[in-house]
Ligand binder design. Structure first.
Ligand SMILES: [Zn+2]
Ligand SMILES: [Zn+2]
Length: 854
């Protein structure tokens, strides 16, 4: 297998395409070959690295070296002169395979060596190798020195490696030598490399912690002779001191390197190149077998695949989301796209399973702790889904309620993740961020993603890496968001600790500018006029409780006791309710108090129902009355016996309530303002009279009341309907979803978001009208209303709502109106600049109503 087939990257983005050259000639061939090698190397680094990372195999730079050594062996069959080169590579491979941990300096040096060696592969096509002898000897000497350095460096303990500044100098010198050697070689080979020389140009990784420690503690000599200081450093970086450390600190590095070099020379001299070649072949074959066995599952098609056979047409997928088995991309069921299988989710191009996966991360609230989450919408457009979004944060779990992730992961999202829009969504771990850093150093390319072409300057989202020029580390992410309705973009920098993959402690996101339309903090609180309430209002409590009365008897000879069994009810039977009379019902309990022995029966012959409304001087007869449930006169009550007497009576409604379409159910029109007193007089067989009075008092009907979460509650009542029409403006129960709710009449609550308010402000800024009709009003019903948002142009915010309710044109008598104000909660974040307030210019509304006579 060659590294080409492991390439899990189908778009070839950021990779220099092989240049097609039709002219013949050695130089041209060499050029093409050289470019191919560079490309192969690049693929190996990016594509193969991805696979290796997953299986946790050796470092990609080492396997790349193995592959190059393998190729050199083949070249060596044609150009035996280069045998020492692959022998030296074998020595380095041995050292690094034995090394227990990856070392940044060694990796860097090996990458440089790989670059240099990759050019030697061209030699098999060069006819006049003899002419290049000097250059090739220099290459082999350089390789020998490099191998000697790596060997000497690896022999030191971790502490000594870090604390000896000469290590840094040696690696820097070595990098310089490889650069010189590479350019000589390329010149001899006539490779006109114009592009990627950044491996050579970049700086050798530095160990700032160690450097600072040495500087702060009096320099290298001080440390070399002070075990306490070395111990202090070891503790600082969590390493354990061993006995050899001080010895290593004081040893002569140069001597060691020179000794290694002569040993290597001896090995090169003594070893048979055929033997080494066979060993290299064996290692490379083993490496290939490992890769060939490697089976991964593709995130695009969900199939298991073999890494070695993954090709550009292996995977079949759709590029958009599906609806049942039809996909938006092609309206078909069978996959319409082909490409490499991909082992991990990516946003290089759209595929259908990505959307479900990303939705599982982006939609819940418990998956990502965002350091910055900017959403800007075009305030002049109605569609809120169009707009820009950028966000960066720590990934806590992969799906809602899922297990917490244990390694630091960073999520970067630029642009809305939708199948018809350009977007970027990646999750970085420390290693992939390091890969990114290397890519930046190599290409100079810092742009993470821009969701629109460079020519589009009015609306776009963009993310860029910020590099620390001194440490050559990624130090942050710069985010830029622009919408068409804003004169300025929102630009901010998220600081980043690339090793811990989080924002450094006590660091915060810095904003360089913000999209216009952002609100300011008012310098004082807003004041609002009192609510004007005109017309009759449904009382919030009962007029009073009904009074109770004693039985009145005309003679003590009649031992009858009357008591109401329960409270009187009005119009409780929907079927019998009419628009002429109010119907009252009740039940009395009649008790014959005579002892059982007396045998004295009470026989009631007749009853009379009279009533008066409170305030009226005299009782008058009811319109009609009747005993119910089969109870009939005369009524006989045995001694010590009680019987129930259910009854009902009708009384005319007040004149203005008669004949309309309106029915009163469970209340009576007659008694809305005054209690009714009923007097019933019973006459017994001896002509004696027994009477009882019972009251009916109107209850609380139709009076909905403000709730604790209401910022404003406005209403007008239809008093005879016992019906309240209200407009309530209330605080949000879910502040992260909407800012406040408006519930008007019987309509469901309308959720008002911060975006809605920002749009209102944008409109007010454009038109100059600061009292903005929210178009939530209703007209031509019994009761109409209108709601305006009041805009403070100075603080660029909606600061309150004005609500007017009134009897509309369908109401005969317009007797009620209400005009009031509700404050708007302060929105827009906590870190707002303060500005003086400026009230809206309101139209003069003076609600007027017809005189209310009642
Ligand atoms: Zn499709
Ligand atoms: Zn696939």
């Amino acid at each position: 297998m060659t590294s080409q087939t492991t390439k899990p990257d189908v778009d070839g983005e950021k990779k220099s395409a092989p240049k097609k050259d039709t002219t013949s000639g050695v130089a041209d061939k060499a050029f093409v070959a050289g470019t191919n090698i560079l490309e192969a190397k690049e693929i190996a680094e990016t594509g193969y690295a991805g696979v290796v990372k997953i299986v946790g195999k050796d470092s990609p730079v080492l396997s790349n070296m193995i592959q190059l050594a393998d190729k050199l062996v083949d070249v060596g069959k044609i150009v035996p002169f280069i045998a020492p080169a692959f022998v030296i590579l074998k020595i380095i491979i041995d050292i690094e395979q034995k090394a227990r941990e990856v070392d940044e300096k060694c990796v860097d040096l090996m990458e440089r060596i790989n670059f240099l060696v990759s050019h030697l592969v061209v030699l098999e096509r060069i006819h006049n190798v003899e002419a290049m002898m000097d250059t090739l000897t220099a290459v082999q000497d350089t390789l020998k020195e490099a191998a000697a350095l790596i060997e000497a460096y690896r022999k030191q303990s971790k502490i000594a490696r870090r604390l000896r500044m000469s290590n840094m100098q040696n690696f820097e010198q070595m990098a310089g030598k490889i650069t010189t050697c590479s350019s000589d070689l390329m010149m001899s080979l006539q490779i006109q490399q114009t592009g990627d020389l950044s491996i050579l140009k970049r700086v050798v990784p530095r160990d700032r912690i160690a450097e600072n420690f040495i500087r702060e503690n009096g320099g290298q000599d001080m440390i070399n002779n002070d075990p306490e200081l070395v111990k202090k450093f070891a503790e600082k970086v969590n390493l354990t001191m061993s006995d050899q450390v001080m010895e290593q600190m004081q040893s002569n590095m140069q001597e060691l390197i020179t000794r290694n070099q002569s040993q290597i020379e001896a090995i090169v001299h003594e070893s048979s190149s055929i033997g080494v070649a066979n060993m290299i072949k064996a290692i490379a074959t083993h490496q290939r077998e490992l890769e060939a066995e490697l089976k991964l599952t593709c995130v695009q098609c969900d199939k298991e695949y073999n890494v070695s056979t993954n090709g550009p047409e292996s995977c079949r997928f759709h590029s958009a989301v599906g609806n049942y088995d039809r996909y938006h991309c092609c309206q078909k069921t069978s996959p319409c796209q082909k490409g490499y299988h991909q082992p991990e989710h990516h946003s290089k191009y759209p595929y259908s399973s990505f959307f479900l996966w990303s939705y599982g991360i982006l939609a819940p609230k418990d998956t990502v702790a965002y350091w910055v989450n900017i959403k800007e919408i075009d305030l002049e457009k109605d569609d809120d889904t169009i707009g820009q979004v950028v966000r960066v944060g720590q990934l806590i779990r992969w799906r809602s309620w899922g297990e917490l992730v244990t390694t630091p992961l960073m999520l970067v999202n630029v642009g809305h993740v939708k199948d018809d829009m350009p977007y970027y969504l990646e999750v970085f771990d420390v290693a992939s961020l390091e890969d990114t850093r290397k890519m930046i150093l190599r290409t100079g390319q810092t742009c993470i993603f821009r969701n629109a072409p460079e020519t589009e300057t009015a609306a776009f989202s963009m993310g860029e890496w910020v590099m620390d020029q001194e440490t050559q580390q990624i130090s942050g992410i710069k985010l830029t968001v622009r919408v068409a309705s804003s004169k300025t973009p929102t630009v901010c920098i998220v600081p980043l600790d690339p090793l811990l993959l989080k924002m450094p402690d006590e660091a915060s996101v810095t904003y360089h500018s913000r999209c216009s339309g952002g609100a300011y903090k008012p310098d004082r609180s807003y004041e609002f006029p009192e609510t004007i309430q005109l017309g009759p209002v449904i009382p919030a409590s009962r007029l009073r409780e009904p009074r109770s009365f004693r039985t009145k008897i005309s003679s003590p000879n009649i031992p009858l006791l009357l008591t109401p069994a329960w409270e009187m009810v009005a119009n409780n039977n929907v079927k019998l309710a009419n628009n002429q009379e109010d119907r009252f019902r009740g039940t009395w309990r009649a008790l014959n108090r005579s002892p059982l022995s007396s045998q004295k029966q009470i026989i009631l012959l007749s009853v009379k129902f009279e009533y008066r409304l409170m305030g009226e001087p005299t009782y008058k007869p009811v319109k009609s009355f009747a005993l119910r449930d089969g109870v009939k006169l005369p009524l006989t009550i045995a001694p010590s016996q009680a019987i129930d007497i259910p009854w009902e009576f009708l009384v005319d409604k007040p004149e203005h309530c008669q004949g309309g379409s309106l029915l009163a159910i469970n209340y009576a029109h007659l008694t809305i303002h005054q209690p009714l007193r009923l007097r019933v007089i019973c006459t017994d067989i001896e002509g004696e009279e027994v009477s009882l009075i019972q009251e009916y008092v109107h209850g609380v009907i139709g009076a909905t009341l403000p709730a604790p979460e209401d910022l404003g509650f406005f209403f007008v009542d239809k008093i005879y309907e016992c019906q309240r029409t209200s407009v309530r403006i209330s605080k949000s129960a879910y502040p992260d979803r909407y800012l406040l709710g408006i519930t008007a009449g019987f309509d469901p609550m309308i959720k008002i978001t911060e975006v809605d308010l920002r749009k209102i402000v944008a409109k007010a800024e454009k038109t100059g009208i600061t009292e903005v009709d929210m178009k939530l009003g209703v007209r031509n019903l019994g009761i109409d209303w209108n709601i305006w948002a009041l805009v403070d142009l100075s603080c660029r915010r909606v600061y309150g709502f004005k609500v007017l309710l009134y009897h509309g044109s369908m109401t005969k008598d317009r007797v009620s109106a209400s005009l009031g104000y509700a404050p708007c909660p302060i929105y827009g974040g906590d870190d707002l600049e303060t500005r003086p307030i400026q009230y809206a210019e309101e139209s003069k509304i003076v609600p007027t109503v017809a005189h209310w006579e009642d």
